[in-house]
Ligand binder design. Structure first.
Ligand code: GLN
Length: 458
């Protein structure tokens, strides 16, 4: 490690990161930059090193925090008006673990409000710009985090992935993005979107960094009942020889960008040359994934967002004459249109008249999708697919067309419904120079081997 070797100092690293963050201010990456807090933390680490004390595995490493992770440093807003002014009294478990190893948060990053979206255009703070093409979207919802890593402002950034929010922005900006197995990293202290599909993960520049971050952040947490007993750090790396890699037949069609299909074919050729077997998979149940996702997720969203009432957190409307008005006005003024759309859809699909027709059907489709992945992993070890049907699109292109925006998630949401891990990897560029991302999908708890295997695709 550079710092422990005294080649540089935490203060130097943090100063450089802060300088870059300012240089790229136009990209609208950060909702908050904590210059004083970061420099103070860096000085403490430098002093500890000078005293000869043992420092953590991430000592002095600057990172960016998606603004839906709770920490007392700055307001936690989830890029939503309704959370403006909210200072968290607690720290998310993932943040506490990173910081215990010496990582230094320089700022909080922009997202689609409450992580609802695929472009970071649904943010109360306005959109984040793509790292490679300023006229294009960053992807979402973790757009700020992806761009902060892609522009080399920080070494890594945190993200949340409910239906693609780490993998899609990673692929739009040419970095690594991991959605781990559901339950691998504690969700305690992270603003909930859809509790049965929310996953905490990271953006990094290399698979090695991803592995280190995972070994630090994963593990059981008594504060999150859905966390799995720690399997990550104990997982044997396993042999990579003779692995079979599946490609999904249903994803190979005209609706997928030609350059992305080409990148996938090229990577398959590379793997074949290295002696891996490519297996074609038919996964017909995946065609239900998007519809099931956009019923189950809004249902959970409607429930999770009911706590924002103007009394307990952040913003409160000034206009109200009575309690009902206070709820109504605060929620009407405080939520973004996409948040409201999901609350309405969610309450509709859960209502007694429509529960059987929508929510229950979607829950059954989800079971089929879980089984589809189980069957697929009898035939292959990992699956390689595009992350999204297209590379980064133009700002404004889809923001007024919710269905077009939802279609962005066609290839990402089934993993969340099934709870399986997915790693977005950079896989070259389109003809016009935009980053192309592919995702490696594995069975539950295969995260470590998945990261290891991704090195074969560099
Ligand atoms: N784009 C998806 C959605 O809007 C996923 C969002 C996410 O993963 N947070 O629901």
């Amino acid at each position: 490690m550079k710092i422990a070797d005294k080649k540089t100092t935490a203060t130097e690293l943090v100063k450089t990161a802060l300088k870059k963050a300012k240089e790229y201010a136009d990209y609208n990456i950060f909702t908050f930059i904590d210059e004083d807090g970061a420099l103070k933390r860096a000085a403490e680490i430098d002093a500890a090193i000078a005293r000869g004390e043992k420092v953590g595995k991430l000592a002095g490493v600057p990172y960016a925090l998606k603004d839906n992770f709770l920490s007392p440093r700055g307001e936690t807003t989830a890029s939503a008006h309704i959370l403006q002014g909210f200072k968290s009294p607690i720290t998310a478990t993932a943040v506490a673990k990173l910081e215990a190893e010496g990582a230094i948060m320089i700022g909080r990053t922009n997202l689609d409000a409450f992580a609802h979206g695929s472009s970071t255009e649904n943010s109360y703070f306005g959109p984040t710009h793509n790292a490679v093409d300023f006229e294009r979207v960053a992807g979402g919802s973790s757009g700020g985090s992806a761009v902060a890593v892609a522009l080399d402002i920080v070494e890594f950034a945190t993200g949340t992935d409910t239906g693609g929010s780490i993998r899609q922005p990673a692929s739009f900006n040419g970095v690594y993005g991991l959605k781990p197995t559901y339950g691998c990293i504690s969700r305690y202290g992270v603003v909930a979107m859809a509790s049965s599909t929310d996953c905490i993960g990271f953006f990094s520049k290399t698979p090695e960094d991803m592995d280190l971050l995972m070994s630090i952040a994963s593990g059981q947490d008594p504060k999150d009942m859905t966390t799995l007993p720690d399997y990550y750090s104990e997982a044997p790396r396993g042999s990579l020889s003779k692995l079979r890699i599946g490609v999904i037949k249903e994803f190979d069609n005209e609706s997928v960008d030609a350059d992305i299909r080409k990148a996938l074919k090229e990577k398959c050729e590379t793997l074949k040359k290295k002696g891996y077997e490519i297996v074609e998979l038919e996964m017909p149940a995946l065609k239900y994934a998007l519809a099931a996702y956009y019923i189950i997720v809004p249902a959970e969203v409607a429930s999770n967002l009911s706590r924002y009432d103007g009394v307990r957190y952040g913003f409160r409307s000034k206009e109200s004459e009575n309690l009902n008005d206070l709820y109504l006005n605060t929620r009407s003024e405080g939520f973004m249109p996409e948040n409201k759309r999901r609350i309405m859809i969610g309450n509709f699909v859960l209502s007694s008249g429509f529960y059987d027709a929508y929510f229950l059907k979607a829950a059954k489709a989800r079971t089929l999708i879980v089984q589809e992945y189980e069957k697929a992993f009898l035939k292959c070890d990992f699956i390689l697919t595009p992350v999204s049907p297209n590379p980064a699109f133009k700002l404004g292109e889809k923001v007024n067309d919710p269905v077009a925006m939802y279609l962005e998630d066609l290839m990402s949401v089934s993993l969340n419904l099934a709870g399986v891990p997915g790693l977005a990897i950079p896989a070259g560029k389109t003809n016009s120079g935009l980053p192309v991302g592919l995702q490696l999908v594995g069975p539950r708890r295969s995260d470590k081997k998945l990261i290891e295997f991704s090195k074969e695709l560099i």
